[in-house]
Design a protein around this ligand. Structure first.
Ligand code: PEP
Ligand code: MG
Length: 890
């Protein structure tokens, strides 16, 4: 097993082994781009280290061999006194985790080699000592675990003593003193001296990078981003180039396109006379990348050329870190860049137009979560609200919440149900908890590539950064906007991540242009919103063209059905009839439940019949020509009766007043009789149909009569009758016999041939396990993955998410609730086998799913794989399901 790869040995497909950074450095090296030479230690080495606590046996020798080669190539030796080679040691996992893990620069500097470095830099003592103090600072903090504040304070003191404000004003002598101070801090705090042996520095730094995989903040970030915890990180050892060698040096970040809008152009930030970490940390203010043209035209032109090479090579938006050392451009990193949801859609279609990718690839460049994000409402531009200022639109969305100025408060308040906006001068990785808890993030410093911007974009969270007119005072927990407006902790603010605008108070929201488009109220055109709409329109067309899964809606009234249709629904996959028994009809249900005699019961059912029929007529009309799956009554009957405690109190009060209410007394008796310890496992679903005479027959009659009515009105009704909670084929057979008879009666009476189909939900483990038998009596299956998840796991669907799921998610027992994304291994396995058994019995069995999973992106891919015919989900999720079904098939 090989643990170390030279940059010339790898390529971009080796991300698992070399991490994203290492794989792309190798790719750029092999493209002939100017990358400082170096090598990558694999994630496999990291895994061995994390498992055993020790680096693998062979690693030391391999590193030595690669270091030798590097020294040969560079013509200098690591840390050599008169002409030192210096290296950076950087983390780089398969998935980018911005700012989460460790980096140490300037490895190889020591009391001896610092003079050699000054010589290399043409006698620049200041630079050499500045580099040395940076090494001790970074090494002290990340490798030896010294509190970084101590170094910061010492630096501040040095500046104060000298009466200067920026560190570039410190001279060689000051920095030399500072180095002495820093070394003392290390000895005092770490219990050992700062290592003078360059190889020891390097080895310790490599181990520290391995260790940084398991810091709390890295673990939290992975959980949030659903990155597996066992991947480990690679370590890149790269020869140093310096951006802090004077005004003809500098460092920057760049995007080949705007990650917020997708537009092509020059996007990025540049910082003269600085090292890379200064930019990402957002510590000093950068200039726009376009300004580099006037600072160093040759490097700028070369960079533009390289950016074009990268875009055509990667066929995607790339982001880049670069350094200019005395007029020589070096590429330190590239990767396919993160982008906003809107930009993802635009870029995908732009790349199709440029002929770089085809439609199938365009579908892989976007996803349902991004589409869902684009369907969120936006702020109303017309609303009269006080503007506090404007920053950079770093991550879109409209967020409203109470101002908080630290991460701790953000978490605390959000736990107690408050919506908060986290406001900081700039964020750093320690703010991650607060960023997750907040509705949105506002900073007064830093550009589109600052920590706040990058992390927020990754999380899909609204962010405005670099709102420089706003003065943030975290100590006093307030901010001051131009005109002296003061916002205290707890005051409500609104931030718009699409425009960068910041408002005082709550700004009302308006629907997103993408929803307006799906609703048919907006068409493609020329302005900014329409460009997005046009891209969404095209991508949806690609998805619809290739997808095999059909998409239906869960809807039980005409309004929802019509919206679903506009959103592209191809029928209704679940009409929950219980929703038709609420409101004023509840009383009729009560009468049905309380009925003592056949006569009373028939009267109650007779009163319900026309109401149900009218509902169905409307529904079939709204879905004319498309299938409508009507599910017969499912929930336990007590749900239609008054609450047991309330009713008991009412009856007791009436008793004490000697005021007997016969009806209440009967109700109370019924409530007691129907009371169940586990209602979800009790008298519900098909069981109701079997024990309450006439109930299902009434519903079937209403469906059949409504269908006949529509037929006679020259409509095209296509109802499908669905029986819930079946556990054995016998239940279904009994219900079917009665239903067939009712349908035959209605057909005879109305002179119609209704072609009604009858099927069942598969939502109990026993139903799934005996699917082959059940298919004998069912013309279709619809998987009820809500109940199936509940019963397979033994998780009460109404309780567990609030009670212990947070603990389960934190312990990593699952990365996401199984009620949200289908559990492939357990519930999914049952679905898969039921599909096979069902089809074996009845080859033309129609198969769908109507649990919440039907609209979940990842689950849609699973349902595609197992060969269902359709998924059914709530109307708003339909575009997402269409898109994901297309992505699954492409
Ligand atoms: C299900 O159980 O997945 C289902 C769709 O039915 P309900 O959610 O109504 O129980
Ligand atoms: Mg169910």
């Amino acid at each position: 097993q090989k643990f170390v790869y030279d940059f010339t040995e790898g390529n971009r497909n080796l991300k698992d082994l070399l991490g994203g950074k290492g794989a792309n450095l190798a790719e750029m090296t092999n493209l002939g781009l100017p990358v400082p030479p170096g090598f990558t230690i694999t994630t496999e080495a990291c895994k061995v280290y994390l498992d055993s606590g020790e680096a693998p046996e062979a690693l030391r020798a391999e590193v030595s061999a690669h270091l030798d080669a590097l020294e040969q190539k560079m013509g200098k030796k690591l840390g050599q006194a008169d002409n030192p080679l210096l290296v950076s040691v950087r983390s780089g996992a398969k998935f980018s985790m911005p700012g989460m893990m460790d980096t140490v620069l300037n490895i190889g500097l020591s009391d001896k080699s610092v003079t050699g470095l000054a010589k290399q830099a043409g006698g620049d003592e200041r630079f050499a000592w500045d580099s040395y103090r940076r090494l001790i600072q970074m090494f002290g903090k990340t490798v030896l675990g010294v509190d970084g504040e101590l170094f910061e304070e010492a630096l501040e003191q040095a500046k104060h003593a000298k009466k200067v404000t920026v560190d570039t004003d410190l001279e060689a002598a000051d920095l030399k003193k500072l180095v002495r101070k820093f070394k003392k801090i290390v000895s005092d705090e770490a219990g050992r001296d700062f290592p003078q042996d360059p190889r020891e520095q390097m080895d310790l730094a490599i181990n520290a990078v391995f260790d940084s995989w398991n810091t709390d903040r890295a673990k939290l970030y992975r959980r949030q981003e659903r990155i597996p915890g066992d991947l480990g990180t690679a370590v890149n050892v790269c020869s140093m180039v310096f951006g802090n060698l004077g005004p003809d040096s500098g460092t920057g970040v760049a995007f080949t396109r705007d990650p917020a809008s997708g537009h092509q152009g020059v996007y990025g930030d540049y910082l003269q006379n600085a090292q890379g970490e200064d930019v990402v940390a957002g510590i000093r203010n950068t200039v726009p990348l376009a300004d580099l043209e006037s600072i160093d035209k040759a490097s700028y032109d070369q960079l533009m050329q390289i950016m074009e090479t990268l875009e055509t090579h990667y066929k995607d938006l790339c982001d880049i870190e670069f350094t200019i050392e005395r007029g020589q451009l070096w590429m330190l990193q590239t990767r396919v860049g993160k982008r906003t949801a809107g930009a993802a859609f635009r870029i995908a279609t732009q790349l199709v137009d440029q002929g770089l990718i085809d439609e199938a690839e365009a579908l892989q460049r976007v996803n349902g979560a991004q589409l869902a994000q684009l369907m969120f409402p936006r702020f109303d531009d017309e609303a009269k609200t006080e503007k506090l200022g404007r920053g950079i639109a770093a991550s879109p969305g409209a967020a409203v919440g109470k101002a908080v100025f630290d991460s701790y408060t953000a978490v605390k308040w959000s736990r107690s149900g408050e919506k908060v906006i986290l406001i900081r001068r700039e964020t750093n990785p320690d703010d991650l908890d607060g960023m997750i808890a907040a509705e949105g993030i506002l900073t007064s410093r830093g550009g589109k590539t600052s920590h706040a911007a990058v992390v927020a974009r990754g999380m899909g969270k609204t962010c405005v950064c670099g709102a420089e007119e706003i003065e943030v005072d975290t100590k006093r927990r307030r901010m001051t906007a131009p005109g002296g407006i003061v916002v205290e902790e707890g005051d409500v603010v609104s931030i718009d991540g699409s425009t960068g605008k910041v408002y005082l108070g709550e700004v009302p929201v308006v629907p997103s242009p993408v929803v307006e488009y799906f609703e048919g109220r907006m068409h493609a055109g020329a302005d900014d919103a329409d460009e997005l709409v046009a891209a969404v329109h095209r991508i949806m067309a690609y998805a619809d063209r290739v997808r095999r899964l059909r998409v239906r809606a869960n809807a039980d009234n005409a309004e929802d059905a019509l919206r679903a249709r506009r959103f592209g629904a191809q029928g209704i996959g679940l009409c929950r009839t219980e929703h038709m028994f609420l409101g004023e009809r509840r009383e009729l249900v009560e009468r049905l439940i309380l009925a003592d005699t056949d006569d009373e019961r028939e009267q109650a059912l007779g009163a319900l019949l026309p109401l149900q029929k009218a509902d169905f007529i409307e529904l079939f009309e709204s879905m004319d020509g498309l299938p409508v799956t009507v599910r017969l009554l499912d929930p336990p009957l007590h749900e239609f009766l008054p609450d047991i405690t309330e009713l008991s109190v009412r009856v007791a009060l009436a008793e004490s007043r000697k005021d007997h209410n016969e009806n209440d007394l009967r109700l109370l008796q019924a409530v007691h009789k129907l009371h169940e310890q586990n209602p979800m496992l009790g008298l519900r679903g098909v069981r109701l149909g079997l024990v309450i005479p006439g109930l299902f027959a009434m519903q079937v009659r209403a469906i059949a009569e409504a269908a006949a009515h529509r037929k006679n009105a020259k409509g095209d009704p296509r109802p499908e009758i669905m029986i819930p909670l079946v556990g054995t084929v016998q239940e279904l057979e009994i219900v079917r016999e009665e239903a067939d008879q009712v349908i035959a009666e209605v057909e005879a009476a109305t002179g119609t041939n209704l072609k009604l189909t009858i099927g069942t939900m598969i939502e109990l483990p026993r139903a799934a396990l005996t699917a082959g038998q059940i298919a004998e009596a069912a013309q279709f299956f619809s998987f009820g993955t809500n109940d199936l998840t509940q019963t397979v796991w033994g998780f009460s669907r109404d309780d567990v998410e609030a009670s212990f799921f947070t603990a389960y998610l934190e312990k990593g027992i699952f990365g996401v609730s199984p009620f949200e994304t289908i559990d492939r291994d357990g519930v999914g396995a049952l679905v898969r086998s039921a599909v096979e058994a069902g089809r074996a019995t009845r080859p033309d069995l129609k198969l769908g799913v109507c649990g919440e999973h039907g609209g979940d992106p990842e689950s849609v891919h699973f349902f595609h794989e197992v060969g269902l015919d359709y998924v059914s989900c709530s109307p708003f999720r339909i575009p997402v399901a269409r898109l994901e079904a297309g992505r699954a098939a492409a």
